[in-house]
Design a protein. Structure first.
Ligand SMILES: Nc1nc2c(ncn2[C@@H]2O[C@H](COP(=O)(O)OP(=O)(O)OP(=O)(O)O)[C@@H](O)[C@H]2O)c(=O)[nH]1
Length: 652
């Protein structure tokens, strides 16, 4: 985490100097006196005041929290309070628009929604961004925060600070935002307000004297958040009279309107008919519609400096929309905004249709899905075992499973997905480096002039202290190196480990939850590459390598993994007319082998009595035939075998 010292937050509740060098508390500058909030004007009627709202009455803010601490429920509550959605609307998690988000109760995509809030006789435009909590979608949170001046740090009072509370707080801190802590779920009998407040105070050195205790579920105290937002979050900076400078923070694809961009205007104004210029690509576009999300796309006459809203232009190809790009008006030259780093896919799989004739249709479905999830990396791939397919790259395993579910939900299509792998780095003698994300192209043996590296992450685990020993054992069994162990309180502990990403991908979190009765929380961030003794593990059936069952593992795991895979395959492969050998092979050496016995046919059945040499002759003939068959045939493995093979989880 890089803390930028040069733009210290004057307005934030935290002072970096005190956070780093002194144990002292900060104080809130003057506790505000809140008046009674006014009754909202419901629905679109509230928008009649939009044009009269000056920049000083705009607030751009996000809700950040650990997974399931109640961000989306709070957002729902606020939208109802301000009349954006009907109070009687029974739909929960209104801003979670994807079926998979609603079914799993997780936010995958950050969503923006504007509200008009009347307070002390003034209308305020509050632009809320509901962010995802899961670590895979960290970049989404980062991009969302770039459009904000403040954020609500929501903490579940029954769970206290968890791994993503920490990482999200530091993200907001690095972006110089005002952070307003709010305790949620105070209705739960297990809520421990006092303890959670202490944790917030000690861990983040935030002033907690005015912290709100709310229940997003029952609505208790939620209305008190709105005046706090008005008072504590600063209005956006910007100048309407300057040339347009807008930051592209998100985009999505609509089959009728093409690419729709979500922008934050830093300076200037944006309206229909304006000619736009992308500072990054130099391409020009014409604005066809602008508006705000209220809660869906709602057209407005213009967008002004400080506002967050959507733009429909004649951009048809989503690849032209680079998140973090700066847009200005044609003819103007402006300094580009800092932009964002491009999220790197960290988990790769091969994906193949269960029925080969479905390839074209599935290709269209994947293209459609990736239009609105550009973090997915797609490349065509051909496997001799599974035919034509794709190599897909994802931000993490949750991202992968969300993609698979969306494919099933939205297009009713299934895929055979190969075992996930991470991108390895090979350095050659001449200093050239290559990232390899497909195990089939990984060298079968290391040449003298090659060095292999594996991706490492810094994992932060928060656990009740009684599980400390078990979790240390687990991390060490995953080749983890401890970098920190801090007691957050008498009963809770934070561990930091450098762990190979390959272990995290293989259900580390599931095992961690299992070891800690579900109490552990995990966050991680990229920590670069480290040299590693990694090898390509292949599975051979009847002497032929099966490319769909090839993987790259650390040498210390190769034997166990190889044994497990050949056992799993033996249980699934049907018997052949001849004996079939299944082998796990590393660097041309067979590590483990199993045989599948041949189908037996009693060729001597018709010989009643008679000379034994006749029977022997028949048996020898059968043996010769089987041997010839084994040498000349490839065992053809049905796709359903691969499907079942991949559905079983690898243990270690
Ligand atoms: N008892 C109680 N439950 C709550 C409260 N707020 C949220 N919940 C429940 O907590 C669960 C998670 O709530 P969400 O709003 O989906 O949490 P989230 O932080 O948006 O989750 P992610 O987007 O996956 O990170 C849901 O079952 C909510 O009903 C609360 O104040 N009290």
């Amino acid at each position: 985490m890089i803390l930028r010292f040069h733009f210290l937050p004057k307005r934030t509740f935290i002072r970096l100097t005190s956070l780093l060098f002194s144990p002292g508390k900060r104080s809130l500058s003057g506790a505000p006196v809140f008046g009674k909030p006014e009754k909202p004007r419901d629905g679109k009627a509230a928008l009649s005041v939009l044009e009269s709202i000056p920049r000083e009455q705009i607030r751009n803010w996000a809700v950040i929290a650990h997974i399931d601490h109640g961000k989306s429920t709070l957002s729902d509550c606020l939208l109802k309070l301000t009349g954006v959605i009907d109070k009687n609307n029974a739909k929960n998690q209104f801003l979670d628009k994807l079926a998979v988000e609603r079914r799993r109760g997780i936010t995958v995509k950050a969503q923006t929604c504007s509200m008009i809030y009347h307070y002390q006789n003034k209308p305020y435009l509050l632009n809320l961004i509901d962010t995802p909590g899961h670590v895979d979608f960290r970049e989404e949170v980062m991009h969302s925060l770039a459009a904000c001046e403040g954020c609500i740090l929501l903490v579940d009072a029954s769970q206290g600070i968890q791994a993503q509370t920490l990482s999200n707080f530091y993200m907001a801190f690095a972006q110089n935002l005002v952070v307003l802590p709010v305790l949620n779920k105070v209705d739960l009998p297990t809520a421990d307000v006092e303890k959670t407040l202490n944790q917030i105070e000690q861990t983040f050195e935030l002033d907690v004297s005015n912290t709100l205790f709310i229940s997003s579920k029952s609505g208790k105290n939620v209305e008190k958040i709105l005046p706090e937002i008005v008072h504590h979050f600063p209005p956006p900076e910007g100048d309407e009279s300057k040339p347009l400078r807008s930051l592209l923070i998100d985009c999505w694809y609509n089959n009728y309107q093409g690419v729709i961009s979500l922008v934050r205007l830093m300076d200037g104004t944006l309206k229909k008919g304006q000619k736009l210029l992308s500072v990054n690509t130099g391409r020009k576009y014409e604005v066809q519609q602008v508006g705000i999300m209220y809660p869906d796309m709602t057209e407005t006459a213009e967008l002004r400096a400080g506002q967050v809203g959507y733009v429909v232009s004649n951009m048809k190809n989503i690849d032209e929309a680079i998140i973090g790009d700066t847009f200005t008006t044609v003819g103007q030259s402006v300094e580009p905004l800092p932009g964002f780093s491009v999220p790197k896919p960290m988990v790769f799989v091969g994906a193949f249709p269960t029925d080969s004739s479905d390839f074209e249709r599935l290709n269209d479905c994947i293209e459609q899905l990736t239009l609105n999830d550009r973090a997915i990396h797609v490349e065509k791939e051909t496997s001799s075992a599974l035919g034509m397919g794709w190599r897909l790259g994802f931000l993490g395993t949750l991202h992968l499973s969300v993609f698979v579910e969306r494919l099933q939900d939205e297009y009713d299509r299934k895929l055979v997905i190969t075992s996930p792998t991470v991108p390895y780095l090979i350095r050659y003698q001449d200093g050239k480096e290559e990232i390899v994300s497909n195990p089939n192209v990984f060298p079968s043996r290391r040449m003298r002039n090659q060095e292999f590296f594996e991706p490492i992450v810094e994992a932060t685990v928060i656990i009740p202290s009684e599980y400390l020993g078990d979790v240390i054992k687990l991390c060490e069994s995953c080749r983890g190196l401890q970098s920190d162990c801090t007691f957050l309180s008498e009963t809770r502990c934070m561990l930091k480990y450098h762990i190979p990403l390959a272990h995290l991908v293989e259900d580390f979190f599931g095992r961690l939850k299992g070891q800690t009765s579900g109490y552990a929380t995990l966050d991680y961030e990229d920590a670069g590459y480290a040299p590693a003794d990694i090898v390509k593990l292949s599975v051979h059936v009847n002497g032929q390598s099966v490319d769909a069952l090839c993987t790259v593992v650390h040498r210390s795991l190769a034997l166990n993994r190889g044994r497990e895979w050949i056992h799993r395959l033996r249980d699934l492969l049907p018997k052949q007319l001849y004996e079939v050998a299944i082998q796990a092979v590393v660097e041309s050496k067979v590590l483990a082998r199993l045989n599948i016995a041949a189908l037996r046919k009693n060729v001597t059945a018709k010989c009643y009595g008679g000379d034994w040499t006749r029977k022997q002759k028949l048996l020898n003939k059968q043996k010769e035939g089987k041997s010839r068959l084994r040498q000349s045939s490839n065992v053809s493995i049905d796709k359903s075998v691969f499907y079942q093979f991949m559905m079983k989880k690898t243990s270690n």
